[in-house]
Design a protein around this ligand. Sequence first.
Ligand SMILES: CC(C)(COP(=O)(O)OP(=O)(O)OC[C@H]1O[C@@H](n2cnc3c(N)ncnc32)[C@H](O)[C@@H]1OP(=O)(O)O)[C@@H](O)C(=O)NCCC(=O)NCCS
Length: 175
Amino acid sequence: MTDLRFATESDLPTLMDLINRAFAVEKFFKKNDRLNPEATREYFHRGRFLVSEQQDHIDGCVFVELKGDRAYLGLLSVDPARQKSGLGTRLVVAAEEYARELGAHHMDLTIVNVREELPAYYQRLGYAISGAEPIPPEMIGPVTMPCHFVRMTKPLGKARESSLRKSPATKKANS
Ligand SMILES: CC(C)(COP(=O)(O)OP(=O)(O)OC[C@H]1O[C@@H](n2cnc3c(N)ncnc32)[C@H](O)[C@@H]1OP(=O)(O)O)[C@@H](O)C(=O)NCCC(=O)NCCS
């Protein structure tokens, strides 16, 4: 069974490698890796990474950042060898649970419009398209076709007792 915990600073090289391998699927419209070490550290200081781990091997992660009474979910990544086994869904549910605990009422995420399979994926998880916005060039680097962000949003409802807080590994990583 996979455990979920918050990332610590020592996880960052592994996380960057995982995210870049998962986001290699975007090489059909952009040239660069999704993250470099500086950007990875910047995300780490801005929000929290939740990671899934099996036998000391990190096989998935998601980034969550609180923005007022809303939260932002990003960099959802599952090891290509472990995709389509429910891990992405589990990470999204855990990210929502954490955002509720922080007091967020809505979760926002953005997808690049040329990733045509993603709206259906997130719609199944309760998200609806809520807008469009330009992609900050520094965020994904040079692109090989015109593209923009599609924003998707989900109302979060009230906080419940969190399974994340019950995990000893999480408590240790979170203290
Ligand atoms: C998108 C991603 C996180 C999904 O994670 P995952 O663990 O493979 O997803 P799940 O196993 O939870 O999938 C849930 C359902 O969605 C389906 N699904 C997952 N990825 C899909 C895809 N790319 N296209 C179509 N359907 C997909 C699964 O088959 C599954 O369907 P089922 O319930 O009928 O079996 C993963 O594919 C990934 O890391 N992709 C690369 C990075 C990325 O694109 N991140 C999101 C950017 S916003």
